[in-house]
Ligand binder design. Structure first.
Ligand code: NCD
Length: 467
């Protein structure tokens, strides 16, 4: 299996086994950093960072330089033609003709996918809004694998801003695929987005248990757990027990506590946000005294603000500066693999773990739009050439997931493209939840955002329209 010329837009673009192969190469490279020079000689990496970055950008650039390649960069939208109203697709075509690989960070969710669609060279997503940050996940898992020697049967607690943290989203999908048990410890109002939860249970066939009542108990002070997720590949009795068993689960200890900062740039600055800052959970020496954390790796993608006390830095369980340092060998391995300057042998070590389920694609000019205003498909510069595109992830209720940002919407009105056999009077639309609508084959489905839109396209209401 070859990874050459592939994109890394979401963590699902690499399988568990490919990830393991990449980690083996990263080990090799870490052990002989200086002898990697020349591997990418003559190659150019474009480093496009349209949001602040220290670790990700500098480690990508240092990785390419250590491989003997060269770097061209743009770090400010204002200094590029995007500021003049150029589309991301045009920028991608142009940069793709200058560089052999593109690394992009952009504030719009789905921007990296658009770049990958148009660049013609491998594209690496270095963070697209609050969506995903797959290479951070590679660094995170590499760190755990280094410490624990395996990525099997992990128990991980995710802490902080689970709603807006893109590192969390990529990590969670990878952990689910690896059969980990995951505990969620969100700040108030910062629980995982519904669409991420749904993906965990539908695509990775996991079992999700909400344990909201735990938040009221005395444990709240110690460890604010909200939910636990268990994959079927590591079934255990917890799935059958009432919520109280989550405490038992926690008492058995966690392999890693993954802390994240409040992503304040992804929320409107309000009075509530000021309040939230005060209530944001903090990881400090006191919390880590708990028996359940005796062997826990304390992780953080960095930068940290106040959620992780500096007093933890000298604790041998703290891993965050190692995570950042591993960015070099991990990103060197990734660049070399994508550019085809190093091949890797793919084992079948993690082959038996959950793999993603594919859903049918919906792509029509019917006017149904993604509901996320920060999605690339909703931006004025992009709508000129791009059609919204969705995956049909459920038929009851009819649910579409945007292929760019993965937010979901429930369709209200539908019709069949197989409608009239030439007869205009048969051109009818139906409520999406009617039994008639469910008979429409995915390939024939037309979805409307509203009745007005259906009527604007000359469809008339059928008797299966309920209001
Ligand atoms: C993260 C990011 O940019 O999403 N940082 C990083 O890449 N290491 C996390 C964050 O900014 O909180």
């Amino acid at each position: 299996m070859k990874l050459t010329n592939r994109n890394l837009v979401t963590i699902d673009d690499v399988s568990n086994d490919e990830m393991e192969a990449l980690f083996c190469l990263a080990d090799d490279m870490a052990n002989s950093l200086d002898s990697q020079y020349g591997l990418c000689q003559g190659k150019i990496m474009a480093s496009l960072f349209f949001e602040p970055s220290t670790r990700t950008r500098l480690s990508f650039e240092a990785a390419m330089l250590r491989l003997g390649g060269r770097v061209i960069s743009a770090v400010d939208v204002g200094a590029t033609s995007l500021a003049k109203g150029e589309s991301i697709a045009d920028m991608a075509r142009v940069v793709g003709s200058y560089a052999d690989v593109i690394v992009i960070r952009h504030p719009w969710e789905g921007a990296a996918r658009v770049v990958a669609d148009y660049a013609g060279v491998p594209v690496i997503n270095a963070g697209d809004g609050g969506h995903e940050h797959p290479t951070q996940t590679l660094c995170d898992l590499y760190t755990i694998r280094k410490q624990r020697r395996t990525l099997k049967a992990l128990r991980i607690a995710l802490w902080g801003d689970l709603r807006h943290g893109r590192t969390i989203h990529s990590l969670i999908y990878a952990l689910a695929r690896l059969g980990a048990s995951i505990l969620f410890c969100p700040g108030p109002g910062l629980e995982l987005p519904e669409h991420v939860l749904r993906r965990l249970s539908t695509e990775y066939k996991g079992e999700l248990r909400r344990c909201a009542n735990l938040n009221q108990g005395p444990e709240r002070e110690l460890f604010p757990i909200d939910a636990v997720y268990i994959t079927p590949s590591s079934p255990h009795q917890l799935a059958m027990l009432p919520d109280i068993s989550v405490r038992v689960e926690l008492k058995a200890g966690v392999d890693a506590l993954y802390v994240t900062r409040l992503q304040k740039e992804r929320q409107a600055p309000t009075v509530e946000q000021q309040e939230l800052k005060k209530k944001y959970p903090v990881v400090d020496k006191e919390l880590l005294k708990g028996k359940e954390f005796a062997k826990t790796l304390v992780m953080h993608p960095l930068p940290r603000v106040d959620e992780l006390a500096c007093e933890v830095d000298s604790d041998p369980r703290s891993m965050y500066f190692k995570q950042a340092a591993y960015g070099i060998p991990v990103r060197m391995a990734l660049i070399a693999i994508l550019l085809g300057t190093r091949d890797v042998a793919i084992s079948r070590e993690y082959n038996s773990f959950a793999q993603k389920v594919e859903h049918p694609v919906y792509k029509r000019d019917s006017g149904v739009k993604c509901c996320n205003t920060n999605c690339v498909s909703n931006q004025e510069t992009e709508t000129k050439y791009m059609r919204p595109e969705f995956r049909i992830v459920s038929s009851e209720p009819l649910t579409l997931r945007c292929i760019y940002c993965e937010h979901e919407l429930h369709a209200k009105y539908v019709a069949s493209s197989d409608w009239h056999q030439g007869k205009l009077e048969n051109k009818k639309y139906h409520s999406a939840n009617s039994h008639w609508a469910r008979k429409i084959k995915p390939g024939n489905l037309i979805i409307f955002a509203s009745e007005d839109e259906a009527q604007a396209q000359q469809f008339k209401p059928s008797s299966y329209v309920t209001r």
